[in-house]
Design a protein around this ligand. Structure first.
Ligand SMILES: Nc1nc2c(ncn2[C@@H]2O[C@H](COP(=O)(O)OP(=O)(O)O)[C@@H](O)[C@H]2O)c(=O)[nH]1
Ligand SMILES: [Mg+2]
Length: 446
């Protein structure tokens, strides 16, 4: 479909130094953009990369260029598309964007190319979202989920659920339209069992933990008393000198963040100020930030200094984190330990030394227990999961009504509600507001 929309342009490659920078144009004036802003005399062949020079609005050459005209509908947006492949760096693409603007071609909004692809029917909403997920994937797992979604895994799963639901709705409507021909009790029984089965299919496809881990990662806070070796541990885990390490108690005040991958999931580490009574203003703020970070964490690494007796702050911390996902780390095992402390935590804690590296693999293994999860459900995106759960809820309510024997018209209302939730996943039924929200999270140029 070629739309009559205006023509948009944006750099499609990340800004900065690089081999090439691509400026993409989409819309009815794409061909004109190429003929005005390149020195090629003849026409551009469809889908063929051609060597030429890009020109500015005055016809002055601004860079060498490989340019391509891609005619609708075999393009990303299903509109005519032009691309200018310039040298990387800021200036060429910036100058060309200015020349396009002078022609009256406007800068694309965030996600606008993909939005057009969606509106022109080239991709459904879940695939459009997958494009964004792939671009912004922060972990291998997130990228894998995105590719699966891009391949249409989510769409085909939801479509099959929609088909099943259409069948169920048709059955209910037949019973409503021809009450004398269809036995209501039978209709209700079959409705209840079918809708419950479908609700179950949807619920078991929802991989909430997987979605959370791939979208957010595992928030892990390193906490403990001052000088226990928390910052050293952060550095050792991420393999970089991120946090300042000294033997001065109270060195870390701001929260220092770093990350590493575990089972393809990003572990978001936060190193915090050591917990102690302190008179110093900045350190006190750091300590209260540490407590707040602890509250929201998915996993706590409680660092206990093996060379010292356990102080009251550590006791309190151990109490506060009991029953949560936590790993106790007994630090500095290369030094002579305090016998009491070592004896107490010998079995419960992961003993390690950041100096020798001893025990680090065991800690990584322990952390990886929290980044592994059983489910590899079809739905791994929070937006899809909450819609699928709403649909399942509506189906269960229809099943309850049917079980209670009757009110088929009310069941039908629930079933249609379920259908509309499913439709919001693929974008068959989605309003402008949701679309704005989804596409505004894209980068400009995609
Ligand atoms: N020998 C030894 N010293 C360590 C180890 N971990 C940390 N330290 C030392 O303990 C002091 C405090 O470490 P730091 O990581 O800043 O502790 P934090 O206050 O808990 O962040 C520094 O002098 C570190 O060099 C360790 O595993 N072995
Ligand atoms: Mg520190």
């Amino acid at each position: 479909m070629i739309t009559s929309q205006d023509t948009i342009a944006a750099p499609a490659t990340a800004p900065g130094e690089g081999g090439i920078a691509i400026v993409r144009v989409s819309g009815p004036r794409s061909r004109e953009a190429l003929s005005r802003l390149t020195d090629r005399r003849g026409p551009f062949e469809d889908h063929r990369l051609t060597y030429c020079h890009a020109l500015d609005e005055n016809g002055e050459p601004l860079d060498e260029c490989m340019a391509v005209l891609m005619l609708a509908p075999a393009t990303y947006t299903r509109e005519d598309v032009a691309e200018f492949h310039l040298h990387g760096g800021f200036f060429s693409s910036h100058r060309l964007m200015e020349a396009l603007r002078q022609m009256g071609i406007r800068v694309a909004e965030a996600g606008e190319f993909t939005r057009r692809a969606f509106l022109n029917g080239r991709v459904d909403l879940s695939r459009a979202e997958a494009v964004m997920d792939l671009i912004s994937a922060g972990s291998e797992r997130a990228a894998r989920c995105a590719v699966r979604q891009l391949d249409g895994g989510v769409s085909s799963f939801i479509r099959s659920c929609e088909e099943e639901l259409t069948g169920i709705i048709a059955g209910v409507e037949a019973a409503l339209d021809y009450p004398e021909e269809i036995d209501e009790e039978e209709a209700c029984a079959s409705l209840a069992s079918k809708t419950r089965a479908l609700a179950l299919t949807l619920r078991s496809a929802c991989d909430r933990r997987g979605a959370y881990l791939s979208e957010n990662g595992l928030d892990t806070v390193i906490c403990g008393p001052v000088n226990a070796g928390k910052s050293s541990l952060l550095n050792a885990l991420c393999g970089e000198e991120r946090a300042i390490v000294t033997d001065i108690p109270g060195t870390t005040r701001d929260i220092v963040t770093a990350s590493f991958q575990s089972n393809g999931v990003r572990v978001n580490l936060r190193d915090t100020a050591g917990l102690r009574e302190s008179g110093e203003v900045i350190e006190r703020i750091g300590i209260s930030k540490a407590r707040a970070a602890l509250t929201g964490a998915d996993l706590c690494l409680v660092v206990v200094d093996s060379t010292r007796p356990v102080d009251p702050e550590t006791e309190a911390l151990l109490r506060d984190t009991a029953g949560r996902d936590r790993i106790i780390v007994l630090s500095k095992t290369d030094l002579p330990g305090c016998p009491e402390t070592v004896r107490r935590f010998k079995n419960e804690a992961v003993a390690l030394s950041c100096v020798t590296g001893h025990g680090m693999d065991r800690l990584r293994d322990e952390i990886s227990r929290y980044t592994r999860y059983a489910g590899e459900g079809e739905l791994t995106r929070m937006r899809h999961i909450s819609l699928a759960e709403k649909a399942a809820g509506a189906l269960e309510s229809a099943a309850d009504l049917a079980d209670a024997g009757g009110a088929l018209d009310l069941c039908a209302v629930d079933l249609h509600e379920a259908m509309s939730h499913l439709g919001s996943i693929t974008g068959d039924r989605v309003d402008e507001k949701i679309m704005d929200e989804i596409f505004s999270r894209f980068c400009v140029g995609k």
